[in-house]
Design a protein around this ligand. Sequence first.
Ligand code: NAD
Length: 392
Amino acid sequence: MKIIVLGGDGFCGWPTALHLSAQGHQVTIVDNLVRRVTDIELGAESLTPIAPIEERLAAWRETRNTPIDFVALDVARDYDELEALFRDLQPEAIVHFAEQRAAPYSMKSPRHKRYTVDNNVNATHSVLCAMVEAAPDAHLVHLGTMGVYGYGKAKGMRIPEGYIDATLHSGGVSTDVEILYPVDPGSVYHMTKTLDQLLFLYYAKNDALAITDLHQGIVWGTTTEETELDDRLVNRFDYDGDYGTVLNRFLMQAAIGHPLTVHGTGGQTRAFIHIRDTVRCIERAVSTPPERGGRVRIMNQMTETHRIRDLAAMISGMTGVPVEHLDNPRKEASENDLVVANDTLIGLGLSPTKLSDGLMNEVVAIARRYADRCDRSKIVCSSRWVKPLAAE
Ligand code: NAD
């Protein structure tokens, strides 16, 4: 298949592009490399030394004798170029990772909030518009988040895959309908993902676009079969307070002997997936497009759920590094349960990688290998969800 990977230089996009190429697909990466600019803004580079994009692509060509094309383009702003690219390439699938993906970064300041909304909503809308004009037969696979469901309402319930049956009551009449699961975003970043859902709903209905929205859990791990082939193919490993996701952050903290920083009680339960399963799930989603002219296909892309304090205790037990509780910068329930349906991906043949499979040690080993690149002052989150009250 001809596949465009939007945001293919990022943490999920790079290993996905390599995996799709390794499966024999013809891959074109589109990225404006903004994530590398954000590294400079935050003064926090990936723990692993990621090579420039040209070097990454050359390494892949040398290793596998398979080219991956690269187009530098801003998906949110360079609309004409995006449409022209879709028209020229006629992709069968478009995988869309090209969004600002960190909740803490989205809450840093009015500029960061506005950038996240402008970038994410415009990127998704431009992709949909350009598909209608130039690639209506392509299948769009978007990376959404489990965070659209929120983490408080579904007490004792299994969170379904995107939709829920509801009965509407009004004016003495009741109607049974299937609706999108009521959204409950916990940050400006998560809010953009809920807005994406409406854009998908509309374009699937109005223009019969084939769309799969993957509600992904928090990704952990860093290497895949393909990124391990050459040092120049190494994937990002974010550890800073804005971009470092919780489990990788704990594993990195353990590797350098920094206390495992738990926000609040650590009673938050979250969904997780290993990066190796991310790339496999996307490959399966790409090769099984949904019917067009109907609803958006939504899959929960996660393999297990864990309470944050249990994860910290597990890693502390593994490594002897103590746990430290910090104030929670987020506005969220201090404790929640989370039971999630993931039947579609399991039905498509995914055999989940679990925390118990020994890969946590591999992440600790990688973090130890690059420990001298870590700036300890960047580890703790500095963003705040709610402005502190002015002193009286
Ligand atoms: P990332 O920041 O590492 O990668 C995103 C890539 O998109 C970067 O290379 C960036 O330069 C590019 N990009 C951003 N805006 C762009 C634009 N306007 N035009 C062109 N390129 C642009 O993030 P990631 O962790 O790889 O996440 C990818 C997607 O997966 C995101 O949409 C994110 O919401 C979703 N997701 C990630 C996680 C996770 O734990 N990493 C969890 C759930 C969902």
